[in-house]
Ligand binder design. Structure first.
Ligand SMILES: CC(=O)N[C@H]1[C@@H](OP(=O)(O)OP(=O)(O)OC[C@H]2O[C@@H](n3ccc(=O)[nH]c3=O)[C@H](O)[C@@H]2O)O[C@H](CO)[C@@H](O)[C@@H]1O[C@H](C)C(=O)N[C@@H](C)C(=O)N[C@H](CCC(=O)O)C(=O)O
Ligand SMILES: Nc1ncnc2c1ncn2[C@@H]1O[C@H](COP(=O)(O)OP(=O)(O)OP(=O)(O)O)[C@@H](O)[C@H]1O
Ligand SMILES: N[C@H](CCC[C@H](N)C(=O)O)C(=O)O
Ligand SMILES: [Mg+2]
Length: 485
């Protein structure tokens, strides 16, 4: 492949050498260089790719793409672009033959509900015969192949590599989560989404290596609506108009508000022993009854989003009803049967917004006690800690504070930060640092009619401590506890 073909959709300057050369592979990791590779230098959060130029030249790279002034061996072509992450995205699309243009691409952004909604959309579209690829927090799904995810929205090269595999596997559409960091770091640059979705916006992801402030977070979410044809938005969210202020797409809305194009009415909780769900009537652009096995008001939002998307694929109401009735997502309000007396669930709520909506909605089912077990991740937004502490102290009848993924922080320091939030609420709490022991406590002290939530780890099957991921799956811990281990 010729270098100028990879660069065809970019503005660039040839600083040294020629763009007429043939290259073998496109690489942004010096450890993956082959003879004839072009190396894209990314200024990362940990290291600067520009520092590897002599290393990659020694390994056979024949061109480098830079965004800074650099010294390079004379036989290496140097191309300068304004932003190398942006360039990597557009070059990757070309490298893999523009696979996004062969399928319908659905992108979902928002603070919460992305993962849940992607699975709902996939199951509805597959009900009527579409073949749907999926990219998100839990995994990437290409036909029968499931690849565990490192990021919610992977690096652009990986996205196009997955797209190419999906197109080859016969997928006609892709549903993917588009995180604000993904938008900020140009991981999805150059993709024209057929449908872009905005679920909601809450304070999150502010801190070192994430967003500098809420304004930046909000601005990044809005970028999706400058690169899609049809926007679909939650009109009830207070930030909807802000997020869509620069939008260039057609826009339709969903929500409870009378203004919504697709609206939920007559919502009612469904509760039977061992079962919590929600039902409503959808009206406006479509008209039918919906019942879902996932409790809570946000299940109404997530399913409305899925309905709005599937309407654009002309899916009939009965098929949507059927697929939504069976929708289940790993670690998202996943019910685990441990007792005939009380209800226990594993959920991924790991910020104040999701914990507040989860606990509020569960309280509506009138449990004897609402018990909330959680910790917070280390080396992630510190605001989450006291905010989640405050939410749980205020809404739960008992909070069990424990560890999540401490990463490089001391678990007890994280617990202390959570206590700063919980103490002023006078909410009842216990602290048990070891997560398994904390779960044991929750199960052994469960009272008839209790609802117990294990929050924060959701689908994760590991605990990350000082750079090592140790196996830890809450489903396995529960089975061990029940069998007396
Ligand atoms: C802070 C951040 O966003 N980091 C992400 C980023 O790392 P980076 O580019 O800054 O990497 P770096 O290690 O500094 O390396 C810079 C460059 O040098 C290259 N390099 C590096 C070492 C070497 O020996 N040779 C070499 O060439 C690297 O390949 C890279 O091109 O790019 C990597 C590849 O795409 C990501 O995996 C990584 O995500 C880390 C794991 C992360 O935790 N990110 C979080 C903040 C994140 O992005 N989260 C969002 C939202 C989550 C959600 O709410 O669902 C997500 O989309 O996942
Ligand atoms: N629409 C929603 N509004 C608020 N909270 C939600 C919503 N949907 C799900 N939640 C709560 O947030 C948690 C995470 O949901 P989900 O994984 O679907 O969101 P996400 O946007 O993919 O989040 P992440 O950025 O962490 O991947 C759920 O476990 C649930 O507690
Ligand atoms: N995608 C999420 C993962 C958090 C999950 C939680 N278990 C933790 O480790 O903090 C984030 O980066 O914010
Ligand atoms: Mg997600």
């Amino acid at each position: 492949m010729k270098l100028n073909q990879l660069l065809e959709r970019l503005k660039y300057e040839v600083v040294q050498g020629s763009d007429e050369i043939q290259v073998t592979t496109l690489v942004n990791d010096s450890r993956k260089i082959e003879s004839g590779s072009v190396f894209v230098c990314i200024s990362g959060a940990v290291v600067d790719g520009h520092e590897f130029i002599s290393d990659v030249a020694g390994k056979g790279a024949i061109a480098v793409i830079v965004e800074k002034e650099v010294e390079a061996p004379k036989d290496v072509t140097v191309i300068r672009v304004p932003d190398t992450r942006y360039a990597l995205a557009l070059m990757s699309a070309s490298y893999f033959g523009y696979p996004a243009e062969k399928m319908k691409i659905i992108g979902i952004t928002g603070t919460k509900g992305k993962t849940t909604t992607t699975y709902m959309i996939k199951s509805i579209l597959e009900e009527v015969g579409h073949k749907v690829g999926l990219i998100g927090t839990i995994e990437t799904i290409i036909g029968d192949e499931k690849i565990p995810a490192a990021n919610t929205t992977p690096e652009s090269y990986t996205i196009h590599q997955y797209f190419a595999k999906m197109a080859e596997a016969g997928c006609d559409s892709v549903v993917m989560e588009v995180s604000s960091q993904g938008l900020m770091l140009h991981r999805t640059a150059g993709i024209l989404f057929d449908i872009g979705i905005f679920t909601n916006l809450g304070r999150d992801h502010i801190g070192p290596n994430e967003h500098k402030d809420f304004e930046d977070y909000k601005r990044c979410k809005g970028l999706l609506f400058q690169q899609c044809r049809q926007g679909i938005a939650n009109v009830d969210d207070v930030y909807f108009e802000d997020v869509f202020s620069g939008a260039t797409c057609e826009t339709e809305t969903f929500g409870f508000s009378e203004k919504a194009d697709l609206r939920a009415v007559d919502t009612h909780l469904v509760s039977r022993p061992g079962y919590l769900g929600i039902a409503y009537h959808v009206t406006g652009l479509m008209d039918f009854d919906v019942e879902i096995d996932i409790p809570g008001k946000f299940s109404v939002y997530n399913s409305l989003t899925a309905i709005a998307v599937c309407r654009h694929f002309q899916v009939p109401a009965e098929k949507i009803q059927e697929a939504l009735g069976a929708a289940k997502v790993k670690g998202r309000i996943e019910m685990i049967r441990v007792s005939d007396d009380f209800t226990l669930m594993i959920d991924y709520a790991h910020n104040a917004m999701s914990l507040e909506s989860l606990l509020t909605t569960l309280k509506e089912y009138n449990p004897t006690r609402l018990v909330c077990l959680f910790g917070c991740g280390g080396n992630r937004s510190k605001e989450r800690r006291y905010e989640m502490g405050e939410v749980s102290g205020r809404l739960a009848d008992l909070t069990i504070i424990t560890s999540d993924n401490p990463r490089f922080e001391e678990p007890q320091d994280i617990i202390n930060d959570i206590k700063v939030g919980i103490e002023p609420t006078e909410g009842k709490y216990v602290e048990i640092c070891d997560r398994k022991e904390a779960i044991r406590y929750a199960i052994e002290h469960g009272l008839p009619g209790d609802v117990i939530v294990l929050a924060g780890k959701g689908h994760e099957d590991y605990q990350e401590i000082k750079g090592v991921k140790y196996p830890m799956d809450e489903r396995v811990l529960i089975q061990e506890i029940l069998s007396g281990h």
